[in-house]
Design a protein around this ligand. Structure first.
Ligand code: FES
Length: 287
């Protein structure tokens, strides 16, 4: 009704409504012969980035989606260049056209078109989603990774752990003590180990935490420890070969003529495991 009256009154304006992707409606009008891009420019319709190439068919920023009946009554069909640009459009549909190629005629009075999200907005949205996911993963990882809650009661277990004066070794020793295990800290730095031992006892209320001197970079130290420990006839339920060094700048040899990192991280533990293996296996068979 409104369209007829508009035209009946002698006005050549043809009503057009632009609906943005967030539902905002811009009701306006143009003259016969105007393109939709002309209407957007002339009426200052706030559509960010719309018509970037000014109708030269070098972009797809003037992409609009029409209702099927409006699409069918457009007088001109898209040329190949328009179809090429439409291929690059975001949110392409079967009734998509480029606004700079739609010329208003009286028949199109009351035309309503949807303006999909522009490419940059999509990119920003994707970036925002990616950032949210990344932050989420980081938070979840911080809260869960590397944390293991032992449910089992370990009060009848004996644990030996190397390198327990810091990092994962110290945390593991504390958690095992918290679960009631007898924990033996095998450490190179006795003074530091004593401090850690007292802290674990205080924090967990478990007094069965012990310090032993062991330097895995020295095979004689490993043998010495194994001899003393085995002499106590303590059982061994769990052996954690945790001690390790890294980032040594200069090649360094141990007193055994072994490369320092390999000796500390691997050879010492290999010997330690072998010397304690009989007792370890005995506990496995017994349980
Ligand atoms: S404004 Fe660039 S193709 Fe229409």
């Amino acid at each position: 009704m409104h369209s007829s009256s508009c035209l009946r009154n002698g006005s050549s304006s043809i009503r057009v409504t632009f609906v943005t992707s967030d539902g905002e409606r811009h009701e306006t009008s143009g003259k016969e012969g105007d393109t939709l891009l002309d209407v957007v420019v002339d009426k200052n319709i706030p559509l960010d980035g719309y018509g970037a190439c000014e109708g030269t068919l070098a972009c797809s920023t003037c992409h609009v989606i029409l209702k099927q009946e409006d699409f069918d009554r457009l007088p001109n069909k898209p040329v190949d260049e328009e179809l090429d640009m439409l291929d690059l459009a975001v949110d392409l549909s079967d009734t998509s056209r480029l606004g700079c190629q739609i010329t208003l005629t009286k028949d199109l009075d009351g035309l309503e078109v949807t303006v999909p999200m522009d490419l940059m907005t999509c990119v920003w949205l994707l970036l925002a989603v990616a950032v949210i996911i990344a932050v989420g993963i980081k938070v979840v990882a911080k809260l869960t990774c590397g944390r293991y809650t032992i449910k089992q009661d370990l009060s009848n277990k004996t644990v030996l752990i190397t390198g327990a004066t810091g990092g994962i070794g110290m945390v593991a020793a504390k958690e095992l003590a918290r679960k009631g295990a007898s924990v033996h800290l095998l450490c190179r730095n006795a003074q530091k180990a004593e401090t850690v031992c007292e802290e674990i006892k205080r924090d967990t209320g478990n007094d069965r935490v012990f310090v032993w001197s062991l330097d895995t970079s020295r095979l004689s130290s490993v043998r010495d420890f194994a001899r003393k420990f085995l002499a106590t006839s303590h059982p061994i339920d769990i052996l954690i070969n945790n001690a390790g060094i890294a980032w040594i700048q200069e090649r360094e040899l141990t007193e055994d003529g072994l490369e320092m990192t390999m000796a500390t991280n691997h050879f010492g533990h290999f010997l330690l495991t072998n010397l304690l293996l009989g007792t370890l296996l005995f506990e496995v068979i017994r349980s």
